[in-house]
Design a protein around this ligand. Structure first.
Ligand code: ZN
Length: 294
């Protein structure tokens, strides 16, 4: 990993803290509808492929924001020591996430808020750590904010199926412990400000109640987009679903909304899975959008 890079969004300072990196999927596995002519375009996009040139590199990370004396995390990676029989690349992994958090000057006790775009396995893992055999909150002073409907969905047995088996397990070891500890503020996702500077916007599709998080400071905006995309080719081709997107129409509508928002507001796009530096700018030319790493 390279030296931490800090971004300024108005008065806020933003940095990426990597949990793990996956070189597990070929482009075709990640983006099953990819046409041959787009595959070459995707492979040529800088920094997005694993060293073998065939597999896609996916980063799993948190964004850490320091703003008005508060420390805020957006999403918390996959976590250590978690039992993930149906997601083998996250099964009982051990990463240096906390050391990398320290590299940007943050200890777990410093974290005031954790904001979740959604409640998938690779976004909530560090909410808890295994201590004496128990999943224990990692950030003891934090308030956690996420969609009430997202949590309700992934804890309602009526929604349990093969596709989301891992998501249900994740609630038990990485979300329920913080709920039971009274550390959570579940919200309705309306676009309204939830803590100073931050608002949650509905971007359903990847999950039913997926949200993208906007930070606005001194007239400058950032979009923490969550899993609206997994590879920058989806900016050029917004209709390309990833293998993780169950809902075609909503996914594409949400992606188009976010691309338009980021282009209109010149918002920095902080991605969840594009490899480092993981942040970029969306530029519109006519009907098309393009991605530029920051
Ligand atoms: Zn994800």
């Amino acid at each position: 990993m390279t030296k931490p890079q800090f971004y300024s969004i108005g008065d806020a300072r933003v940095a990426c803290v990597v949990d793990t990196v996956l070189d597990s999927f070929t482009l075709q596995q990640l983006l099953p509808d990819l046409h041959d002519d787009d595959r070459q375009l995707a492979e040529e996009m800088p920094k997005t492929m694993a060293p073998d040139g065939r597999r896609v590199r996916l980063s799993v990370h948190s964004w850490v924001i320091q703003y008005r004396g508060k420390t805020i995390l957006v999403d918390t990676g996959a976590g250590n020591d978690k039992d993930r029989p149906n997601a083998r690349y996250f099964d009982h992994i051990r990463t240096s996430y906390l050391a990398r958090l320290a590299d940007v000057g943050v200890s777990p006790h410093d974290v005031d808020y954790v904001l979740h775009t959604h409640l998938h396995v690779d976004h909530v893992g560090w909410n808890t750590m295994l201590i004496d055999g128990r999943c224990t909150p990692t950030f003891p002073n934090a308030r956690f904010i996420f969609s009430a409907k997202e949590y309700a969905y992934f804890t309602d047995p009526a929604n349990l199926n093969d596709r989301n088996r891992t998501s249900f397990q994740v609630q038990e070891d990485s979300v329920r412990p913080i709920v039971d500890a009274g550390m959570v503020d579940m919200i309705e996702v309306t676009g309204d400000e939830v803590i100073p500077g931050f608002s949650f916007h509905p971007t359903p599709g990847h999950t039913m109640h997926h949200a993208s998080i906007v930070l606005e400071s001194a007239g400058v905006r950032a979009l923490f987009a969550g899993d609206l995309l997994h590879h920058p080719i989806q900016i050029r081709k917004p209709e390309l679903l990833s293998v993780f997107d169950p809902e075609r129409q909503k996914t594409v509508e949400s992606r188009r909304w976010a691309l338009e928002y980021a282009a209109d507001h010149k918002a920095t796009w902080f991605s969840s899975h594009i490899p480092e530096p993981s942040a970029g700018r969306i530029v519109r030319a006519g009907e098309q959008y393009s991605w530029h790493f920051e």
